[in-house]
Design a protein around this ligand. Structure first.
Ligand code: HPA
Length: 263
């Protein structure tokens, strides 16, 4: 895998990895001296056909950091095994990147959040029913992984300070990761709220776990694409197209935060 990547990208030594979720692809425009290649150029990626996911790797510089960007991800709800879902993390680890920024589109469970808000992920609930570390352990990494600081506190503090300086409104909360691909029922929304989650989505938790298994630091940012339908607010759930349109607006603010993070 590494040889294929190194053949395609010159001088490949990423400081950071950045995974871009649904509708957030434009954040890749922050890259300077960008090189790019479609996933289809590599033998180790499956074909993916989800709207809003370009399916490209890009490499270049943001601020002072060399950044490898995965524009579009592989989801468990598409039937991909955990090893495919977390392939970007495996590649970043092999390239010795120490930090990964995970972005996603999520539904809000908190009535004070609106579509277009961005939320710094403080912690997550893994409700996907599995984990990328299930199976024979990959030595020398820990069998029983400590997840008390899944999303690095020092990185969160930095982003909160940057957001304040840049006057970018930034929510904070717990991300509930579910398998999908159905959106939540009203009963599920009430359950997730009771469990202490502020946003819900269908990605990110597996990548976070895999990255922590390799001792990488994780920063997580959700774009609130819609209010998760709870049957009380009488709001119809958004279509996938609407989810993508709202994320494009929030993408601008996330891009600014990523640029500050990499400066
Ligand atoms: N639920 C789950 N995943 C999502 C949602 C949602 O409401 N919005 C965007 N991704």
């Amino acid at each position: 895998m590494l040889v294929e990547l190194q053949k395609r990208f010159s001088d490949l030594k990423p400081d950071y990895g950045l995974i871009l979720g649904s509708g957030l692809g434009a954040i890749a425009n922050a890259l300077q001296d960008a090189q790019s290649a479609p996933y289809s150029d590599f033998s180790f990626f499956p074909n993916s056909h989800i709207a809003g996911h370009a399916g490209r790797i890009l490499y270049g510089r943001i601020g002072t950091k060399q950044v490898l960007i995965f524009q579009g991800r592989f989801h468990a709800y598409e039937g991909h095994p955990a090893s495919t879902v977390t392939l970007p993390i495996t590649l970043l680890h092999a390239l010795k990147a120490k930090t990964v920024i995970l972005t996603n589109a999520a539904g809000s469970l908190d009535p004070s959040f609106s579509a277009g808000d961005i939320m710094l992920i403080e912690d997550h609930l893994n409700l996907t029913g599995s984990s990328p570390t299930v199976g024979p352990n990959e030595d020398p990494y820990p069998r029983f992984l400590n997840m008390t600081e899944a999303y690095a506190l020092d990185l969160r503090k930095k982003v909160l300070a940057d957001a304040k300086k840049l006057s970018i409104p930034l929510k904070q909360g717990v991300y509930a990761g579910v398998l999908g691909p159905c959106y939540e029922t009203p009963a599920e929304v009430r359950m997730l709220r009771t469990l202490g989650a502020h946003a819900v989505g269908m990605s990110t938790v597996a990548e976070c776990i895999k990255a922590r298994h390799y001792s990488m630091s994780v920063l997580g940012i959700s774009c609130i694409a819609n209010a998760a339908f709870d049957g009380i607010q009488q709001q119809a759930p958004l279509s996938h197209e609407e989810v993508l349109a709202v994320s494009a607006q929030a993408a601008h603010n996330i891009r600014t935060l990523v640029e500050a993070f990499c400066s």
